[in-house]
Ligand binder design. Structure first.
Ligand SMILES: Nc1ncnc2c1ncn2[C@@H]1O[C@H](COP(=O)(O)OP(=O)(O)O)[C@@H](O)[C@H]1O
Ligand SMILES: [Mg+2]
Length: 162
């Protein structure tokens, strides 16, 4: 028996489409060279973070029949409210620990790339990531920690800008 899978569009922009498959996975498909190289980079870093619970797991990554690169990852679902702020803050520190441990800079660690699940900030969108020894131009030159503390306070409803 075939099970019907419902696709929901999450984002479409020049060179990239993102959709939810409805089977617990999200697909990111890149058509341009730039987006394909971002997606390959995303795959590498997600694989390096496998099992840490700070990022979605990779299901597969390959060229599809149209020659586009397609990355299938764990669907993190919709963001949940934080019910235990201390636990959430502790888990945010674990995010930084896992990154520093592997000498990874996410490079775009803003609230828009975080989904809260089970009082954990789960981070996606790793296309700007690099190892700290790679000489690449950062989209966001500030350290990840600076973006993350702002994101954490924003998610907790604190106004840090005053
Ligand atoms: N693993 C995921 N689980 C659930 N939603 C996701 C996941 N990855 C991406 N999304 C959703 O898709 C949108 C676009 O994905 P993102 O990786 O941030 O692409 P972009 O590079 O265009 O910012 C996100 O804003 C988020 O809503
Ligand atoms: Mg994003």
């Amino acid at each position: 028996m075939k099970v019907a899978i419902s696709h929901t569009e999450l984002k479409v922009r020049e060179g990239l489409s993102v959709w939810r498959r409805g089977d617990g996975t999200v697909v990111k498909q890149a058509s341009t060279e730039i987006e394909q190289s971002r997606l390959r980079r995303e795959r590498l870093f997600l694989e390096e973070l496998h099992g840490t619970m700070v990022a979605p797991e990779v299901i597969s990554g390959e060229r599809d029949e149209s020659g586009h690169f397609r990355l299938t990852i764990q669907d993190l679902g919709d963001s949940e409210p934080v019910t235990e702020p201390w636990l959430f803050a502790r888990n945010a520190c674990y995010v930084l620990w896992h990154l520093h441990d592997r000498q990874i800079k996410h490079g775009d660690l803003t609230e828009s790339n975080i989904i809260v699940r089970d009082n954990r900030p789960m981070v996606f969108d790793w296309g700007e990531s690099r190892h700290i020894w790679e000489h690449l131009t950062d989209k966001r030159p500030e350290p990840d920690s600076e973006h993350l503390w702002k994101a954490v306070l924003g998610i907790l409803g604190c106004d840090w800008s005053q």
